[in-house]
Design a protein around this ligand. Structure first.
Ligand code: A2P
Length: 337
C-alpha cells in the first residue's frame, strides 16, 4: 500500500455491531482517515452514522463501491466478503476481512498483530481477521508457547451474544424483558431461548460432531501460531452476556512452566493484563472487560491432573480485540510499515 498522510477507508457492514465499533475505534485512535465510506445493505438506505463530529450517509454496497478506497474493513458476513472483496482489491484497496471467508486460505495471512505481525508482509490484497474466540486465546497463549511450547489445548468458551450481531443482542434483551414480565418468549436468532440459558451451539454442526466455531478455533490457532502439531479441542458455548467472551483454557506444555512464571510472562506481554488475585475476588469478568482493549487473564494455576499442565481464564471484548480493534491494529501496522 502506498504511504500517504491520510487514507480513504471503507467500512462494509457499517450499521452492524462490529461495523459500529470499527467507526468509533477509527475515531478514538485518530486513524488518519481522509474520507470514510460507510457501506451496508439496501435496508440501511437513508441512515447516517456519526464520525469525527459529522454525520456520514450509509451507501448500498455495490461492485463499484471501492473506487479510490485504500483500506476496506469488511464485517458484513462471509458471503459479502467472498463476493465483494475481489472488487475492492481490483480497485487497489487492501481488504481486512472480519468474516470467516478467507481465514483458512493458506495464501491469505491470518493476523493478530501482537502474535504474528510478520505474516502481514505476505498479503496480496486481503488480510483475514481471526475469529473472536481465537484472537483472545492466542494473545494470551503466544508468550507461553514461545518459552514452553504448547502441545495440547482444551478450551471451553462462554461467548456473548454480540458475536452473533445486533439482532442477537436485541433478542437477549427482549427475551429477558418477556421472562421478567411473564410473557411468552420468542426465539428467532437462536434455535432455543438464550435468556437465562447456555447453548452449546455456535455456528453449524459438522460431520465430526464439532460445531464450525469449535473447528475455527482449532484451525485458526494452528495457523496463527504457525504450528500444526498442537492438539486442540474446543467446546463453544453461547451465554446470556451482551458483550465479552470468557474462556476456560487448559494447556499442556513440552517444558514445565509454573503458574508464577506464567503470571510473570503474561504481565509483560503486549495486549495482556493479568488480573489474578482470587483470594481478594480478583479475576477477569466480562462486565469489566467491556469497552477495553486488553485481553485479561486470571485464575492461572497448575493443572494437578497432568504433567506440565496449566489452567487459565481469559476474557476480552469480542467486538473490540475480538473484531474491530484487531482489524484496525492491522491497518495501523500496514500504514506504519
Ligand atoms: P444492514 O444493517 O443494512 O442489514 P450484524 O453482524 O450486527 O448483524 O451486522 C451485519 C452488517 O452487515 C450490517 O451492517 C448489515 O447491513 C450488513 N449486511 C448484511 N447483509 C448485507 C448485504 N447483502 N449487503 C450489504 N451489507 C449487508
Amino acid at each position: 500500500m502506498q504511504k500517504k498522510d491520510r487514507y480513504h477507508v471503507a467500512v462494509v457492514g457499517a450499521t452492524g455491531a462490529v461495523g459500529n465499533e470499527m467507526i468509533s475505534i477509527l475515531e478514538e485512535r485518530k486513524f488518519p482517515v481522509a474520507d470514510l465510506r460507510l457501506l451496508a445493505s439496501e435496508r440501511s438506505i437513508g441512515q447516517t452514522l456519526p464520525f469525527n463530529g459529522e454525520e456520514h450517509e450509509v451507501e448500498v454496497l455495490k461492485e463499484n463501491s471501492f473506487r479510490g478506497i485504500d483500506i476496506a474493513l469488511f464485517s458484513a458476513g462471509a458471503a459479502r466478503s467472498l463476493k465483494f472483496a475481489p472488487f475492492a482489491v481490483k480497485e487497489g484497496a487492501v481488504v481486512i476481512d472480519n468474516s470467516s471467508a478467507f481465514r483458512t486460505d493458506p495464501a491469505i495471512p491470518l493476523v493478530v498483530p501482537e502474535v504474528n505481525a510478520p505474516a502481514l508482509a505476505r498479503h496480496k490484497g486481503i488480510i483475514a481477521n481471526p475469529n473472536c474466540s481465537t484472537i483472545q486465546m492466542v494473545v494470551a497463549l503466544k508468550p507461553i508457547h514461545d518459552v514452553a511450547k504448547i502441545r495440547r489445548i482444551v478450551v471451553t468458551t462462554f461467548q456473548s451474544v454480540s458475536g452473533t450481531g445486533q439482532k442477537a443482542m436485541d433478542e437477549l434483551l427482549e427475551q429477558t424483558r418477556s421472562l421478567l414480565a411473564f410473557r411468552e418468549v420468542i426465539s428467532k436468532v437462536y434455535p432455543h431461548q438464550i435468556a437465562f440459558n447456555c447453548l452449546p451451539h455456535i455456528d453449524v454442526f459438522l460431520p465430526n460432531g464439532y460445531s464450525k466455531e469449535e473447528m475455527k478455533m482449532v484451525h485458526e490457532t494452528r495457523k496463527i501460531l504457525e504450528d500444526n502439531s498442537i492438539a486442540i479441542t474446543a467446546t463453544t458455548v453461547r451465554v446470556p452476556v451482551f458483550r465479552c467472551h470468557s474462556e476456560s483454557v487448559n494447556i499442556q506444555t513440552e517444558k514445565k512452566i509454573t503458574a508464577e512464571q506464567a503470571r510473570e510472562l503474561l504481565a509483560y506481554a503486549e495486549g495482556v493484563s493479568v488480573l489474578d488475585d482470587p483470594s481478594n475476588n480478583v479475576y477477569p469478568l466480562a462486565i469489566n472487560a467491556a469497552g477495553k482493549d486488553e485481553t485479561f487473564v486470571g485464575r492461572i494455576r497448575e493443572d494437578e491432573s497432568i504433567e506440565n499442565g496449566l489452567n487459565l481464564w481469559i476474557v476480552s471484548d469480542n467486538l473490540r480485540k475480538g473484531a474491530a480493534l484487531n482489524a484496525i491494529q492491522i491497518a495501523e501496522h500496514l500504514i506504519r510499515e
